[in-house]
Design a protein around this ligand. Structure first.
Ligand SMILES: NC(=O)c1ccc[n+]([C@@H]2O[C@H](COP(=O)([O-])OP(=O)(O)OC[C@H]3O[C@@H](n4cnc5c(N)ncnc54)[C@H](O)[C@@H]3O)[C@@H](O)[C@H]2O)c1
Length: 338
């Protein structure tokens, strides 16, 4: 669908749960870039939220897709719904911003990327970590060669926010959200890993249930080897207080980024770094709103034809790795990435 360069990209937000509501608050501050036309949410309890936020509730996803004044859909729905909702969104020629993970299988990720590419649609992805200022700095330094050859990544993104969820919540269903915190948080770390090191070669996973009755496990780590060399150690636990650390090590330098708080309420970052011959330096970066930056990047790709930061190749590489992680968690074996 063509959009005028003069006006904001008009979106329908699909799913008004935890993250959908967070995105509504962000979208309301995106002013000239994005405008919410309607929302879709089957839970009647969302009525109050819509009334309080001036949102029009569409009767169904199909009803939102049928609207000529909707340029794009933002999917903030349970994971298993994403592929089918992307199929239908692309068929209706709407640009798509999908919350992570894009899909649970490589085949579904490839299909989503292909459908959007063939229809000339932008496929945005809820990997806002790419837009955190210290991560932007890492990615720029890495692509500029300032870190030298990238050798290793060590990363952990964990929290205990799901401890209070009702046991029937989809987030605690191993079919919907397999492998402890992998689809909740670990998927952001594998996204950054494939961005820095390319397609993964194989993976070995440990997924244990140590401090909860979560059926998908609560404590996960993966050791990933990459086709071009290099490794990533990634962990995502559901039963420890918030931690988010991403560290990348190269021959010319290394950088370790720690978030002070979860991205739902950013509080800034602590950076530790060293380069060849230097002392170790510690610095801080003040709060920013990477979820907004990601949505604005999506809007500019839709409206102005600018390239969107997360490529289709990265999206597929990440979900291929996710699929292998799910298989390795089940078998305990090293699994080749498809
Ligand atoms: N980028 C991030 O940092 C981040 C953070 C949290 C969640 N998420 C992602 O956001 C998505 C939603 O997660 P959540 O934590 O908000 O879950 P949630 O359960 O709180 O919200 C999901 C909402 O989708 C609604 N829904 C279910 N079926 C629907 C349908 N067919 N059409 C429209 N709405 C439907 C549910 O009623 C619910 O309100 C997930 O993909 C999750 O991974 C991303």
């Amino acid at each position: 669908m063509n959009t005028s360069k003069q006006r904001p990209v008009r979106v329908a937000i699909i799913g008004l749960g935890w993250w959908g509501q967070k995105m509504v608050s962000i979208l309301k501050s995106c002013g000239t870039e994005l405008e919410i036309v309607c929302a879709v949410e089957p839970n009647p309890a969302a009525g109050d939220f819509c009334a309080n936020n001036g949102l029009t509730l569409a009767a169904s996803y199909d009803a939102a897709l049928a609207r000529a004044d909707v340029d794009a859909v933002i999917l903030a729905t349970p994971h298993s719904l994403h592929p089918e909702q992307i199929d239908r969104g692309a068929a209706a020629r709407k640009h798509i911003f999908c919350e992570k993970p894009l899909a649970l299988t490589k085949a579904d990720a490839e299909r989503a990327v292909r459908l959007c590419r063939e229809a000339g649609l932008v496929l945005g992805m809820g990997h806002e970590r790419r837009f955190e200022p210290p991560i932007v700095d890492i990615l720029q330094k890495a692509s500029g060669g300032h870190l030298g050859r990238i050798l290793q990544i060590e990363a952990n993104f964990s929290h205990d926010k799901f401890m209070t969820l009702n046991k029937s919540n989809w987030r605690l269903d191993p079919q919907e959200a397999p492998v402890a915190g992998m689809t909740a948080t670990g998927i952001h770390l594998t996204d950054l890993s494939v961005k820095l090191l390319g397609a993964a070669y194989d993976v070995r996973v440990s997924c244990e249930t140590l401090a909860s009755d979560f059926r998908q496990g609560d404590t996960f780590s993966a050791h990933v080897r990459f086709k071009g060399g290099g490794t990533a150690y990634v962990s995502a636990t559901l039963v420890t207080p918030f931690v988010s650390r991403f560290a990348v090590f190269g021959t010319k330098g290394w950088i370790d980024v720690r978030d002070k708080a979860h991205v739902e309420a950013p509080a800034g970052w602590i950076i530790t770094r060293a380069s060849v011959g230097s002392l170790i330096e510690i610095s801080e970066v003040g709060p920013a709103e990477p979820v907004r930056e990601n949505l604005v990047a999506f809007a500019r790709a839709v409206r102005d034809g600018r390239p969107y930061e997360i490529s289709g190749e990265d999206l597929v590489n990440n979900i291929a790795l996710l699929e292998a992680i799910i298989r390795s968690a089940a078998s305990g074996e090293v699994v080749a990435v498809g």
